[in-house]
Design a protein around this ligand. Structure first.
Ligand code: 8YV
Length: 320
């Protein structure tokens, strides 16, 4: 029997590609959107970045597709309803990147608190010239971190923040976060926004979370509070955020994600003094990306060889 055909729309190291070839024939490797679209009609599977758009009209060009193995934990790149209707399994890489995203979030909290970017700029441009230094920073210890979305990543952030002495509160569908998280207080969204010194977003992007943080929510935050977003840009109403930052409604924002990505060259957030923008590097470490690649390959091969993938967001299609 011939092997299933798969589009591998990310670069894979030779060893992993070799493993994959034992059960799957790659139609192409590498992130070339035109080549991916050209290959879709023949493909049984696709392994792609969690940022590669697969809307219903693209899925309609792929009548043989049985699995989308996302390289990432997000899956808002896929029209899930259309995929499920077509019997396409949508697989992700949860867990292996939680630590990296949580580390980045804590890095941003420390960068904000200790004015790391301001101070680095001052050291380069002002220190030797005897100019006055930036104002003093503040201690995270004793401050309140409000975590919106208390899944794997939110919890990994909570544990690290507690180690810094921060109080942690969270908003999610449940109130009891379970063992190990007894000291994390559940709060309704509005109360969390009013309470937190730093608000950090860790939700999946879907219809319930799109634009979750808009003008009303930003107005509830303390004028001294910072917003951190390492989830998806569209969770925040970006126009409302620009206005709130310009008006001083909140103190600042640290954004690893924007909507769209990459941003327009004249995106005002890129030039604002009280904004830190990073180019979507939450999972961007050597170790984490390697673990994500392996998990995505395993998911792809599992579905294409009739086995259970480790993480599938629409398991109802499996075995159909
Ligand atoms: C990646 C991500 O940056 O896991 C996710 O959902 O957004 C990221 O880990 C992305 O998939 C890289 O291509």
């Amino acid at each position: 029997m011939s092997k299933p055909l798969a589009i591998i729309a990310i670069d894979l190291p030779a060893g992993l590609l070799e493993d994959l070839r034992r059960s799957v024939t790659p139609l192409l490797t590498g992130p070339d959107p035109a080549a991916v679209h050209a290959a879709l009609p023949r493909a049984h599977g696709i392994l792609c970045s969690a940022l590669f758009p697969l809307p219903a009209e693209v899925l309609a060009q792929a009548p043989n597709l049985r699995v989308i193995a996302n390289f990432g934990v997000g899956y808002n790149n896929v029209d899930l309803e259309a995929a499920t209707a077509r019997g396409i399994a949508v697989c992700t890489t949860p867990g292996v990147l939680s630590g990296a995203v949580a580390d980045l979030t804590i890095g941003l909290i420390l960068a904000i608190a200790r004015r790391l970017f301001d101070n680095a700029r001052y050291a380069r441009e002002g220190w030797a010239r005897g100019l006055p230094p930036p104002p003093l920073g503040w201690d995270p210890a004793g401050k309140t971190l409000g975590i919106i979305g208390f899944g794997r990543i939110g919890r990994a952030v909570a544990l690290r923040a507690q180690a810094l002495g921060m109080e942690v509160c969270f908003t999610d569908r449940f109130e009891d976060a379970g063992e190990g998280f007894e000291r994390c207080r559940s709060l309704p969204l509005d109360a969390l926004l009013e309470t937190a010194d730093v608000v950090s977003l860790h939700v999946n992007l879907d219809d319930s979370s799109r634009g979750l943080i808009g003008a009303r929510e930003l107005a509830l935050m303390k004028p001294t509070a910072w917003l951190i977003n390492t989830s998806r840009g569209a969770v925040v109403d970006q126009a409302a955020l620009r206005e709130a930052l310009a008006a001083g409604t909140i103190a600042g924002a640290a954004l690893d994600v924007l909507d769209p990505e990459p941003p327009a060259p004249d995106e005002p957030l890129l030039a604002m003094e009280n904004v830190i923008v990073l180019p979507h590097i939450g999972s961007a470490t050597v170790e984490t990306r390697a673990a994500m690649r392996e998990m995505a390959v395993r998911n792809l091969v599992a579905v294409l060889t009739g086995r259970q993938p480790a993480a599938c967001v629409n398991p109802e299609v499996l075995g159909r």
